[in-house]
Each structure stands twice: as structure tokens, then as C-alpha cells.
Design a protein around this ligand. Structure first.
Ligand SMILES: NC(=O)c1ccc[n+]([C@@H]2O[C@H](COP(=O)([O-])OP(=O)(O)OC[C@H]3O[C@@H](n4cnc5c(N)ncnc54)[C@H](OP(=O)(O)O)[C@@H]3O)[C@@H](O)[C@H]2O)c1
Length: 245
């Protein structure tokens, strides 16, 4: 699938088989970036890959379950041996599990949130991005170039924190903390790490009544993934504009 190493920048997008991930791949690949389309379900991933190839885009597929340390390590080995570089990491894969088990399918209250839901949510939304950064930042440091986008949410903003959906909210607040820690520890390496809220977007997660199209939602993610060397690091953005933590 990958025709040898090239000088093109290489991006990795997690959870890229649908929604914001798929559209982020599309927008990055249109900018002459080779994108590794990753997803946990190989057949869904292959279907997305075929669709993107049919659009004439330079993409590569690799299976990745962000909750699995061995799966993350396999992706790292693949990137080292087949690409030799990684320029952008978009931590897009995410779950919203708070409605699971509630009688009306609505958002759980903090008073009946289960630790099982919290733990499963953190595993995907927080530990996944952490494992990927641990795997890929050493190569970015060697290259003296990297852009990491943690796809967060306004629901994780402490300044606007409301009730309900505790697992999702806590996971995104914690992801924002990870953004700040990664930004601090990569300072001086031309690696820019930022959190991006895509806004409320019409995807399976956002639902049909959301305000934004996937194209609009993904554009803020692509903005942060393609920042110039003098761009910000350790910030939280929506539509390319800073927002409060
Ligand atoms: N839509 C919104 O309004 C909105 C607002 C704010 C933030 N966000 C954030 O934007 C990101 C993308 O959301 P979306 O709206 O595009 O959601 P979505 O349509 O539900 O897509 C979520 C993606 O994450 C993948 N995923 C889940 N667990 C995974 C795992 N363990 N390993 C690899 N991939 C995994 C899913 O794969 P499967 O197909 O295999 O399930 C799917 O590809 C999420 O981080 C979300 O929290 C969305």
C-alpha cells in the first residue's frame, strides 16, 4: 500500500473511519500530506481507505486500537520501518459513553456515574493520546518537527463546566492537561501541541441536530495540525481562535 519512503510530510489520524477523523484525513491529504488512516476495525478501515483512494488521495491504512499498548507499538514499528518519519499526530478517536445504561438514553448524572464507564472513557480519550505521544514524540524530536492535535471538547472546559456526562467531561479536561504537559516537555523541539474543540458537529457522536458540518469541524483540527513553526503550543482552540480552559 505504501510505495516506499517519500519526502512528503506524514500524518497519523486516529479513529479515521468516520466522522471528524475521516474528514480530517481528507483535508490533510488534499494539502499534499501522506496520511496514515488508522481505525480499530480493519474492515471499516479498509472501506474508508478505499473511499479516500478513489478520491485520488495519498493515504495508507493501518489498524489501531488506541486502548491497546501493543497496537500502538505496532503502529510505531510500521511508521519507523515504512515511513521513517511522522510529522503530525491527530488524536481524534473518542467515545461518549455516559448515556450507556441510563433509562432514557440521556446523559448520566455524576451521582449515578459508574466507575466502569469512567474508566472505559479515560482509556480511549486520555490514555490513547498519551500512549501515542509516548510512541511517536521521540521520532518527532529526532526530526525537530511535530504537530500534535488533541481533539477535545468545550464539555471539558473548567470555565464552563456544567452537570451531566461526567465521564466524557472529565476525560476531556484531563486530555487538556495532557496537552499542557506534552507542550511543556517538547518545548525547544519545534513540536507544537494543542487541544482543539471542533464545535458541535453532525457526526454519529454529535447527532443530526448539531450546528456544524464535518467539513467545518475538521477545518479547525487541520489548522492546528499544520501550524507554522512560530505557531502556538499548549493552547486550546476552536475555529483557530483561543478559548478558555
Ligand atoms: N461531534 C461533535 O459534536 C464533537 C464535539 C466535540 C468534540 N468531539 C470529539 O471529536 C472526536 C471525533 O468525534 P466524532 O464526532 O467524529 O465521533 P464519532 O463519529 O463517534 O467517531 C469516533 C471515532 O473514534 C473511533 N474510536 C473509538 N474508540 C476507538 C479506539 N479504542 N481505537 C480507535 N478508534 C476508536 C471510532 O471508531 P469505531 O467506528 O470503530 O467506533 C470512530 O472512528 C472525538 O474525540 C470527540 O470527542 C466531537
Amino acid at each position: 500500500m505504501l510505495n516506499g519512503k517519500s519526502n512528503k510530510p506524514v500524518a497519523v489520524v486516529t479513529g479515521a473511519n468516520r466522522g471528524l477523523g475521516l474528514e480530517t484525513v481528507r483535508q490533510l491529504a488534499r494539502r499534499d500530506i501522506r496520511v496514515i488512516v488508522t481505525c480499530r476495525n480493519p474492515s471499516r478501515g479498509e472501506a474508508a481507505f478505499e473511499k479516500l483512494v478513489a478520491e485520488g488521495l495519498d493515504v495508507v491504512f493501518h489498524a489501531l486500537d488506541v486502548t491497546s499498548e501493543s497496537s500502538v507499538a505496532e503502529l510505531g514499528a510500521f511508521i519507523h520501518s515504512r515511513c521513517g518519519r511522522v510529522d503530525m499526530l491527530v488524536n481524534n478517536a473518542g467515545v461518549y459513553l455516559d448515556s450507556h445504561g441510563t433509562e432514557d438514553g440521556g446523559s448520566a448524572s455524576v451521582f449515578n456515574a459508574s466507575l466502569e464507564t469512567l474508566s472505559a472513557t479515560l482509556k480511549t480519550n486520555l490514555y490513547g493520546p498519551l500512549l501515542l505521544a509516548q510512541e511517536l514524540v521521540p521520532l518527532m524530536k529526532q526530526q525537530h518537527y511535530g504537530r500534535i492535535v488533541n481533539v477535545s471538547s468545550g464539555m471539558g472546559q473548567l470555565s464552563e463546566m456544567e452537570g451531566k456526562s461526567p465521564a466524557y467531561r472529565i476525560s476531556k479536561t484531563a486530555l487538556n492537561a495532557l496537552t499542557r504537559i506534552l507542550a511543556a516537555e517538547t518545548r525547544g523541539f519545534n513540536i507544537l501541541v494543542n487541544s482543539v474543540c471542533p464545535g458541535w458537529v453532525r457526526t454519529d457522536m454529535g447527532g443530526p441536530n448539531a450546528e456544524k458540518t464535518v467539513e467545518q469541524g475538521a477545518s479547525g483540527i487541520v489548522w492546528a495540525a499544520t501550524l507554522p513553526d512560530d505557531g502556538p503550543s499548549g493552547g486550546f482552540f476552536r475555529d483557530g481562535q483561543p478559548i478558555s480552559w
